[in-house]
Design a protein. Structure first.
Length: 151
């Protein structure tokens, strides 16, 4: 087994500044300088994209202090069309935030330009406890789970 420590999740945005502002305002994520403006043969080689150019930044995720993991939000100059958002698409499905009040967090997401994807659910998961959660989307239709566990 490889020794590993979780570092970050990357999110590709159409407008990285708008999306970073959303995560900062709604969830309290904090910008981790410096902002990135990256290009060069090394990036072309790493991404297997000719003339790759991206801009963006890392946002510290809440709840883990100054050394915690980040959400890396990048925007490429060229991007393909994104398929319709659905909870069952292969690949990374969503990012989740533990919140004190699911309904209030849902309302904050909506007020900041996001939307609701499904109904708010409260259910007992045998052996795990009670969970209240809802799937919402950020302003670019990336899925976010808002959850509150009671064990």
């Amino acid at each position: 087994m490889v020794t590993a420590k979780y570092a970050h999740t990357n999110l590709i945005a159409r407008d990285w500044k708008r999306l970073a502002d959303f995560y900062a305002r709604v969830f309290g994520c904090a910008l981790v300088p410096p902002e990135r403006d990256l290009a060069g043969q090394w990036l072309d080689d790493a991404t297997n994209l000719p003339r790759a150019h991206l801009r963006g930044a890392h946002l510290r995720l809440p709840g883990y202090g100054d050394a915690g993991p980040t959400l890396e939000i990048f925007q490429y100059d060229a991007e393909p069309a994104k398929p319709t958002t659905a909870a069952n698409q292969p690949g990374y499905g969503h990012i989740a935030f533990a919140v004190d009040d699911v309904a209030a967090a849902r309302d904050a997401v909506i007020a900041a330009g996001g939307s609701v994807l499904g109904k708010t659910i409260a259910v007992e998961i045998p052996g795990a406890g009670n969970i209240c959660f809802v799937y919402v989307t950020d302003p670019e239709n990336n899925i976010i789970e808002l959850q509150k566990w009671e064990r």
